[in-house]
Design a protein around this ligand. Structure first.
Ligand code: ASP
Length: 295
């Protein structure tokens, strides 16, 4: 049995279908997570990640991505990567071809170019028009990321994978919060915050307001809850309840956590609004919508 779990309704479906397609061709868990996210990055019709995603306050798309292998705890990540697709494949290259975990900004781009990735224009007529409209309504030069509060649009896909009898992996790709301050990095490329995977326990991922999720070290915390015996649902709820208690700001914008254990049980929880999560069990897709926890 192979199980994939992916965040957000529209982009998540694209990623999870492509992950499963790669699985049917014999791909490893890491291959499938990378392929699923890469296909969603290339898809300019998705207002989510990669090409066509909403840019930063300078009108440039800056990408963050990470991938982690639960068998070895090896991980690779990139942040503030500009003009290169797919960011998730560059993250995987960091995992496999360097002794490091993360490369950042212009030097991540330089690494990608040296690895054979092509420079790519990530701005489409649609996201240029959205950016121009945003500029008319906002004053460039301010601390832009605050404008994103209350406007979560699902600009990230985080995906988990499990193969019997007990191997997990996790990956995430994002354009970050829309119109973020240039150089801002959220939880998604941070191991422990945006993703975590450990074959001793299971895997977890996060999406939503990256600053709050990072402060909560949300994914690692969920995995550690499961290590202590919690089910994935109990683990995610514990993380979200702690955020609501200790980080009152986390109510302002969705902060979502989801997890899978080695038995294939899946859970999810969110601080605000709705959190749709796709599950694919040997090709069978289902969508679960988690609603904000009552406090
Ligand atoms: N967590 C991402 C970030 O803060 C955004 C998202 O999940 O939508 O960069």
């Amino acid at each position: 049995m192979t199980t994939f779990v992916a965040t957000w309704r529209e982009p998540g479906e694209v990623a999870i279908r492509n992950a499963w397609a790669r699985r049917q061709k014999g791909g490893s868990l890491l291959d499938c997570l990378e392929h699923g996210l890469a296909e969603a990055e290339w898809d300019a019709s998705l207002l989510a990640i990669g090409r066509g995603a909403l840019p930063n306050a300078d009108g440039e798309v800056e990408l963050d991505a990470s991938i982690m292998d639960g068998a070895t705890l090896e991980a690779g990540a990139v942040c503030s990567l500009r003009g290169i697709l797919p960011a998730i494949s560059v993250a995987r290259r960091v995992l496999e071809s360097t002794p490091h975990v993360m490369l950042a900004g212009d030097q991540a781009r330089r690494f990608a170019l040296a690895q054979g990735f092509e420079p790519t224009n990530l701005m489409t007529p649609e996201n240029i028009a959205r950016y121009e409209q945003w500029c008319e309504q906002n004053r460039p030069g301010m601390l832009h990321h605050v404008h994103a509060v209350g406007q979560h649009v699902g600009d990230t896909i985080t995906m988990l994978g499990l193969e019997a009898p007990g191997h997990v992996a996790a990956a995430s790709s994002t354009s970050g919060l829309p119109y973020k301050l240039p150089g801002r990095v959220g939880d998604s490329p941070i191991v422990g915050a945006g993703i975590y995977a450990d074959d001793e326990v299971g895997a977890a991922g996060a999406t939503g307001w990256g600053e709050e999720l990072w402060k909560a070290v949300a994914s690692f915390r969920a995995v550690e809850q499961m290590r202590r015996g919690a089910s994935p649902q109990e683990a995610c709820e514990a993380v979200v309840r702690q955020m609501l208690r200790r980080q009152p700001k986390s109510r302002q914008l969705a902060c979502a956590v989801f997890a899978i254990d080695l038995q294939g049980r899946v859970g999810g929880a969110v601080t605000e609004g709705e959190f749709p999560v796709w599950t694919c069990r040997d090709g069978e897709l289902s969508l679960t919508v988690h609603r904000a926890l009552e406090t």
